[in-house]
Design a protein around this ligand. Structure first.
Ligand code: ATP
Length: 298
């Protein structure tokens, strides 16, 4: 279990993190999302110990992270940071040995991960000769090479093609299934919604929401999606406590309404039927992207 407990961090006058707390259980994939500058990288660097916090504590299995436990974390930093001129195979083997593997085990690990991440033919090349996506696969291999007990990945999906996204997704899912707590940051909310067991939303250094994707999506007001043949897109019922909040282009045009507590949806249906034949009438669960927009704009 990875626990981040009331972490604070200042850069001069700027409060970058203001009491950030969350935990990631063994086997859980935790998506860490937030706008540019919200505090994701700062949090991850503090988890790794490459940056110190001003307050709070990071624990693994309820013990404060020390040098030895830090060695058991696999980290993919945002700034990447492998050696551009070193051959991929050599630097993966070197990193594995830095984490305590003997040379033979290091070679085994290099070939196992190179095969899994489909970069076997890149092992003899300098890192700088690889495309950015392939460099990213090497970065992931570097984070995994010592069989980490915790995985912390800063925007691992940025810049990947769809096939590489699938490879990365499968590896992260497998690691989580093997009991590793996995945390990664991303701006690709559709991917986070699909992949993560739990999501934390950070805004201006504070966690604003934390829960399963379903929990987050079911927060907020009750919404209805209504499709009316020939309906005017700007139409909204006059029933009190109903607001038009959006549209969805699905099987024609659906309007999305938000209902205050206690509003009778049958009264809304009755009104809609006055406008034209109703072809769709269902509760609407906001996507993580819609939910995220609401949280960060609040
Ligand atoms: N070394 C530093 N010195 C001063 N301010 C910093 C430093 N590093 C980060 N900050 C500031 O701290 C805040 C949080 O930055 P951080 O990099 O953690 O955000 P982020 O959520 O990772 O953003 P992004 O999505 O753009 O990567 C920002 O306002 C940033 O400008």
């Amino acid at each position: 279990m990875l626990t981040v407990d009331h972490i604070t961090k200042r850069y001069g006058d700027l409060v970058a993190l203001d009491g950030v707390s969350f935990s990631v259980a063994p086997g859980e994939l935790f998506g860490f999302v937030g706008s540019n500058g919200a505090g994701k990288t700062t949090t991850m660097r503090i988890i790794l110990g490459v940056l110190s916090s001003d307050g709070g504590e990071v624990r693994i299995d309820d013990k404060p992270v020390d040098f030895a436990t830090r060695q058991t974390i696999g980290y993919m930093p945002e700034e990447r940071g492998l050696y551009p001129k070193m051959k991929v195979g050599d630097q993966l083997a070197y990193l594995a040995q830095l984490h305590g593997l003997n040379p033979a085990d290091a070679q085994t690990a290099v070939h196992r991960w190179a095969e899994r991440l489909e970069i076997e033919d890149k092992l003899g090349k300098e890192l700088q000769a690889l495309s950015l996506g392939n460099q990213q696969r090497v970065q992931l291999a570097a984070a995994l090479i010592h069989d980490p007990k915790v995985l912390v990945l800063d925007e691992p999906f940025s810049g990947l093609d769809p096939v590489a996204v699938d490879v990365m997704t499968d590896v992260l899912r497998d690691k989580a299934n093997a009991g590793v707590p996995v945390i990664f940051s991303s701006h690709q909310l559709d991917l986070v919604q699909r992949l993560c067991d739990r999501v934390g939303i950070i805004k201006a250094g504070k966690i604003r929401a934390n829960g399963t994707v379903d929990e987050l999506r079911s927060q907020g007001k009750r919404q209805l999606a209504i499709g009316i043949v020939g309906g005017d897109a700007s139409w909204a019922p006059s029933t009190p406590g109903v607001q038009l909040v959006g549209h969805r282009a699905e099987n024609g045009r659906h309007i999305i309404l938000e209902l205050d507590p206690g509003v009778d949806d049958q009264a809304v249906l009755h009104e809609a039927l006055q406008v034209g034949p109703v072809t769709h009438f269902a509760s609407h669960v906001p996507s993580l992207t819609e939910m995220y927009r609401e949280v960060v704009s609040a």
